[in-house]
Design a protein around this ligand. Structure first.
Ligand SMILES: [Zn+2]
Length: 103
C-alpha cells in the first residue's frame, strides 16, 4: 500500500482506519468505509489493508502477549476482589469485637 496517497472510498467518502481483532490479523490496521454499517441496502464494500501483513512469528508473539495481558488482568481483578472481601471482613470483625466487648 502506498501510504502517501489520499484514499477515497468507492462511495466517495474518506475511509476509516480500524484495527483488526481477528486471530489471523490481530492488531493489523485496515481502511474501511464509514457507510458500511449505515447503508444497509447498498453497503459500500471498500476495504484495504493499511499495514503490511505480519509474519507468523510476529502473529504468534502478539497473540502470546495478548494472552499474557488477559491473564494478568484476571489476576488483578481477583486481587482487587480479595482486597475488598478482606476489607469488609475486617470491618465486620471490628464491629463484632466492640459489640462483644461493650456488652
Ligand atoms: Zn464507502
Amino acid at each position: 500500500m502506498n501510504y502517501n496517497r489520499r484514499l477515497v472510498c468507492l462511495c466517495g467518502t474518506l475511509p476509516i482506519l480500524k484495527i483488526s481483532w481477528t486471530n489471523d490479523n490481530f492488531g493489523r490496521r485496515f481502511l474501511d468505509c464509514s457507510h458500511y454499517v449505515s447503508s444497509f441496502r447498498n453497503p459500500c464494500k471498500f476495504f484495504d489493508w493499511y499495514d503490511p501483513e505480519f509474519s507468523n512469528q510476529v502473529n504468534t508473539m502478539i497473540l502470546g502477549l495478548l494472552k499474557k495481558t488477559n491473564k494478568q488482568e484476571k489476576q488483578l481483578k481477583c486481587r482487587r476482589m480479595l482486597k475488598l472481601i478482606l476489607g469488609i471482613s475486617l470491618i465486620c470483625n471490628v464491629i463484632l469485637f466492640f459489640y462483644l466487648v461493650c456488652r
